[in-house]
Write a protein that binds this ligand. Structure first.
Ligand code: ADP
Ligand code: ADP
Length: 228
């Protein structure tokens, strides 16, 4: 049962640069799939099209049997975690995590939003930081906040773009284990972008290897050929 199907996806930017030539892959429900490849090969472009932040110039994105092409970003129900955390600096940790539930047409009553926020803060081990501002937190703590914030709306897909690359080596190992455990506990279908082979091999159920806007290999792991 494929939950996500990317079919012959293409993206040519307005300046004429063809960042995605033709990309097809599928993702099973609950899997954590890594998009691996060097800088500039089109990983972020692909995530942004899935999120609805960029329009494809060809192909289709099918989620749970339905094309996403004419679905507004806010109606795609996607959680997005960025490399640089993208937290609101003037808000506390609790306010940051509650934020997605306090805006939009189906916003929740404050008490309910807080309860849900605290549940995800517990899962990401940041309960004690509720009243801190992001500026007082370490990189790893900030990334945990941004992951909790991405999950509170119970998205159908979690997109993570190089979430570990601003962390030091020791913390990268720790947080990647936490991410894998969390994704499996919540059961959310996840696309994880990285340029780090070792990271992809350790965290992914499957690896999609990008090369200059195409997919070079697509494998569960053992048969992948990676450059040394
Ligand atoms: P990755 O995430 O793998 O590093 P990106 O998807 O960010 O790659 O970029 C793929 C290619 O598209 C790169 O060559 C990048 O310079 C180019 N690109 C990204 N955004 C734009 C844009 N807005 N206009 C033109 N080219 C872009
Ligand atoms: P990433 O770290 O994900 O690879 P980049 O640093 O390549 O991202 O790009 C950062 C921003 O600059 C993105 O919004 C991207 O769309 C834009 N961008 C990247 N390359 C180009 C380009 N050649 N022309 C215009 N915009 C670009």
């Amino acid at each position: 049962e494929n939950f996500i199907e990317i079919k012959n996806l293409e993206k040519t930017y307005d300046n004429g640069y063809q960042a995605i030539k033709s990309v097809s892959f599928s993702v099973k429900k609950g899997d954590l799939v890594c998009l691996l490849g060097p800088s500039g090969c089109g990983k972020t472009t692909t995530l942004n099209m899935i999120a609805g932040l960029l329009n494809p110039t060809g192909g289709d994105i099918i989620v749970d049997g339905k094309s996403m092409l004419n679905v507004e970003p806010k109606d795609r129900n996607i959680g997005y975690v960025f490399q640089n955390y993208a937290l609101y600096p003037h808000m506390t940790v609790l306010q940051n995590v509650m934020f997605p539930m306090t805006v939009g047409k189906d916003k929740k009553p404050k008490a309910e939003a807080e309860k849900i926020a605290r549940r995800f803060m517990k899962l990401t081990h940041i309960e004690e930081l509720a009243n801190e501002k992001p500026g007082n937190l370490s990189g790893g703590q900030q990334q945990r906040v941004s992951i909790a914030r991405a999950l509170v709306q119970e998205p159908q897909i979690l997109l993570m773009d190089e979430p570990l690359s601003n962390l030091d080596a020791r913390l990268r190992l720790k947080i990647r284990e936490e991410i894998r455990a969390l994704v499996k506990e919540v059961g959310i279908t996840t696309l994880f972008v990285t340029h780090d082979q070792e990271e992809a091999l350790s965290i992914g159920d499957k690896i999609i290897l990008f090369h200059q806007g195409i997919i070079q290999q697509d494998d569960e792991g053992q048969n992948l050929y990676l450059e040394p």
